[in-house]
Design a protein around this ligand. Structure first.
Ligand SMILES: Cc1ncc(COP(=O)(O)O)c(C=O)c1O
Length: 460
């Protein structure tokens, strides 16, 4: 019998998942197209590997086991899997066609909708992936300012200009990395130390799991203006999740360019770059940014339906309330179980559970909590990404499942043998941001291993 979202005594049977995984070995390098979905983040031997169906906040794996999901497709599923309004828009458009030989009216309609919802979206262009638009923003900033250097702070995709300053930069010319510098979130001095007259832009996620200190983003705006650099918000996670207008609306700080993907189409592959007309107008001719599938209509139709629903049903407010309920409940449980090594960070729209080395190996602790949650039908890999279809009852069940998991963790810690409680392989650390202030790419590569305390970034 497959497991359900219930207090199951046994771990799920994942035979089909494992059989598929064996077929992928040697055929699909790394096994996955999306690092955050692969077995480095879900304990091999315990966690399911392949999902085949989703409905609302629940998913079913290839062996028929059911889970409450807290990853939501690594961000895109903002309304819920198979949301009827979005799916109907896709189905309607499918009747007429997917990709055409001329432009489609939906391109204009969605651009107008984004202009209405997002501050400073004077112009809009579409593409398919997050790193398409972060890279377009960097190229635009370089063209607009006539400068070459870029300052960044988090994860921005697989393209050369960013990956050059990580420890996974094989194949990227060293000269590319010399044009990118890093700074630390909430540390305006690290920006001031890195910015110079050759800085084209400062690009960052407006927040990840560290709360903004009340002056960092406005300070960043001021420093960018002082140096003539553009401020670019990478809103892959904040867009349509923290507020309908994204981080500019949430914090009241203006960016020059903002880039979106993930939640804008409830799972369909679409991204957008928005911003000031005088910058974006370089896309008319000077800056080349065109792609075959940029006007693919199923995604555009899905996005219009999704954003319209988010706006009419106050989706971001509901997610914040559910997130706060989960956050409060988790903090209460951490206190109840006196788990000093566990803490929660982030804003209610998306939080992270942190494990510190105070009590034991953080990765062992996280792997054990994941294992016990999977037993009870909760699919979790450290973050809590909620969607409109999660219910208060789902959150309360999740808290009860965490209570059971914490009980096991507490017992394992008391015995000093967390590793002995694990039935699958250890997780691996999530891909980390480069935190080597002002570092060139070679130094960043050497120091990345020392950055155990850096904020984790979920790699897309
Ligand atoms: C903040 C951020 N920027 C950019 C990207 C890259 O997006 P994609 O994987 O769609 O290229 C991601 C992916 O997770 C992301 O989280």
């Amino acid at each position: 019998m497959p497991n359900h979202v219930a207090f199951n005594p046994h771990l799920p049977n994942i035979a089909e998942s494992n059989a598929l995984w064996r077929r992928a070995q040697g055929l699909i390098p790394a096994g996955t197209q999306t690092l955050a979905k692969g077995p480095t983040q879900f304990s091999n031997g315990v966690a399911p590997k392949y999902l085949v169906r989703g409905r609302g906040a629940r998913v079913w794996d290839v062996d028929g086991n059911e889970y409450l999901d807290y990853n939501m497709g690594i961000g895109p599923i903002i309304l819920g899997y198979g949301h009827p309004v979005v799916d109907e828009a896709i189905r309607r458009q499918l009747e007429d066609g997917i990709t055409f030989s001329l432009m489609h009216p939906l391109e204009v309609e969605l651009a107008e909708l984004l202009r209405e919802c997002i501050p400073n979206a004077e112009s809009v262009r579409f593409s398919k992936t997050g790193c398409d638009v972060t890279s377009a923003a960097v190229r635009l900033a370089r063209a607009f300012t006539g400068r070459e250097r870029v300052l960044c702070c988090g994860y921005h995709g697989w393209h050369d200009w960013y990956i050059a300053v990580t420890d996974r930069n094989a194949g990227v010319p060293a000269c590319t990395g010399e044009l990118t510098r890093t700074f630390n979130y909430n540390d305006i001095d690290s920006v001031i130390g890195a910015i110079d007259d050759d800085t084209a832009c400062v690009i960052l996620e407006p927040f990840v799991f560290e709360r903004e200190n009340g002056s960092f983003l406005s300070g960043l705006r001021e420093v960018c203006d002082r140096y003539g650099a553009l401020l670019v918000f990478d809103e892959m996670w904040t867009g349509f999740r923290c507020a309908l207008g994204g981080a500019q609306a949430f914090f009241g700080v203006r960016s020059d360019l903002s880039v979106f993907s993930k939640a804008m189409a409830n799972g369909m592959p679409l991204s957008a770059i928005t911003g000031r007309y005088e910058i974006m107008s370089l896309l008319e001719k000077e800056v080349f940014f065109f792609t075959t599938f940029g006007g693919e209509t199923l995604s555009l139709a899905a996005s219009i339906a999704c954003i319209d629903f988010i706006r009419r049903h106050h989706v971001t407010e509901r997610i914040a309330l559910l997130g706060q309920r989960l956050l409060d409940g988790l903090n209460a449980l951490i206190g109840e179980f006196a788990l000093d090594a566990v803490s929660i960070s982030g804003y209610p729209s998306r939080t992270l559970m942190n494990f510190s080395p105070k009590a034991g190996d953080p990765i062992e602790m996280k792997t054990l909590v994941q294992q016990e949650l999977i037993r009870h039908g909760v699919l979790w890999s450290g973050t809590h990404t909620l969607c409109y279809s999660h219910t208060e009852a789902d959150v309360d069940y999740t808290l009860a499942a965490f209570a059971e998991s914490f009980r096991v963790l507490k017992r394992a810690l008391a015995a000093g043998k967390v590793g002995d409680y694990l039935q699958g392989e250890l997780l691996q650390p999530v891909f980390r941001k480069t935190n080597a202030f002002n570092a060139g790419p070679r130094r960043a590569a050497q120091t990345v291993a020392d950055q155990a305390t850096a904020s984790p970034r979920t790699l897309g």
